[in-house]
Design a protein around this ligand. Structure first.
Ligand code: DGY
Length: 329
């Protein structure tokens, strides 16, 4: 890119107006007004002719797309924190840095996890459906009983920003927090969160009441919760996932739920979005949300700000602040 020229930028999905307006002031940018996700051919054509590419979680930026990048593509500035949809190794091989938007969707996503932690055991979605269907007959001593969350044991897989924000909230609800993570947190952080480190994931799964998945999706976490690990959970356990669908074997989860081997699930993400395993759809003990974790006006605007900052810092010749580190995947 010639010094001083606005970077030619392609954005794959419709972003909030305020973000698009600011981007249009700063960059030579092509938006996707229709918001229809691009086909693979369209993605390949887009990366062939821009300096900066701004994809989202709905774009599969695989090795073919990276291979189609033109000589000018010098930055992939993802609108979102997860970068599992981008082939980082292929980008690295072409010397194209990838950035994301960490930190700005932590609180919103943790709120959504907490909402599911309450909604599933307390049967909120089921109750709401009953009211709307006109089948509610009024209060009854034994009507629609669920399970108390206060005093229960929560196991968190992945104690990054979001996992820690979930732990903080859970503590406020009187829930005992256990966590499994690649690295143990420093003592003062563990103390502040009141969280107990569990080195062995399998053992943690055998003695919790609620499981929350909050780790990134990588090769190492693909189907981390497979049929075997699901079988370690007791029939009273609830599974919550607002991270990435591929971390759970969705069919195995549906089978376990159908067989009553686990108590329920709250899901915001799926293996093959927007397709959802048909065996989950009819279950009453499952709350299914449409990938809403970061869906607040404030969060999406802040994500846009981070994208803009990354592009501007890169265009000024510096390392963008949110460059995804090697070894992420
Ligand atoms: C992310 O940022 O990774 C979310 O899943 C999409 O907003």
């Amino acid at each position: 890119m010639a010094q001083g020229k606005a970077p030619r930028t392609v954005v794959t999905r419709k972003l909030p107006d305020i973000v698009e307006t600011r981007m249009a002031e700063l960059f030579d940018v092509r938006f996707n007004a229709s918001d229809v996700p691009m086909t693979k051919n369209e993605l390949c054509a887009a990366v062939a002719e821009c300096d900066v590419f701004v994809p989202t979680v709905t774009d599969d930026v695989d090795a073919d797309v990276i291979a189609a990048a033109g000589p000018d593509l010098k930055l992939i500035a993802n609108f979102g924190v997860g970068v599992d949809h981008i082939d980082l190794a292929a980008a690295r091989a072409r010397n194209i840095p990838v950035t994301n938007t960490p930190g700005v969707l932590t609180e919103d996503t943790a709120d959504m996890v907490m909402a599911l932690i309450i909604a599933v055991p307390r049967r909120l979605a089921e109750g709401e459906k009953q009211v709307r269907a006109g089948s509610w007959k009024g209060w009854a001593p034994t009507g629609m009983l669920g399970h108390r969350v206060n005093g229960k044991r929560l196991g968190i897989i992945g104690m990054g920003r979001i996992g820690r924000a979930v732990a903080q909230r859970a503590r406020g609800f009187g829930i005992e927090v256990h966590y499994h993570n690649r690295h143990r947190l420093p003592d003062p952080v563990e103390e502040e969160l009141g969280a107990t480190f569990r080195d062995d994931l399998d053992t943690m799964l055998t003695d919790i009441d609620i499981l929350s998945i909050n780790c990134p999706y990588t090769r190492a976490t693909h189907h981390l919760l497979d049929e075997r690990r699901l079988s370690l959970l007791g029939s009273e356990v609830y599974v919550i996932n607002a991270a990435r669908g591929e971390i759970i074997d969705e069919q195995a989860l549906a089978n376990a739920l159908n067989a009553g081997k686990i108590a329920g699930a709250g899901l915001d993400v799926y293996e093959d979005e927007p397709r959802i395993c048909a065996d989950l759809l009819d279950l009453d003990n499952v709350v299914l949300l449409p990938h809403l974790g970061s869906a607040t006006f404030e969060g999406r605007e802040a994500m846009g700000d981070r994208v803009i900052t990354n592009i501007r810092v890169w265009a000024d010749g510096h390392r963008p602040p949110d460059q995804v580190l090697e070894g992420w995947a």
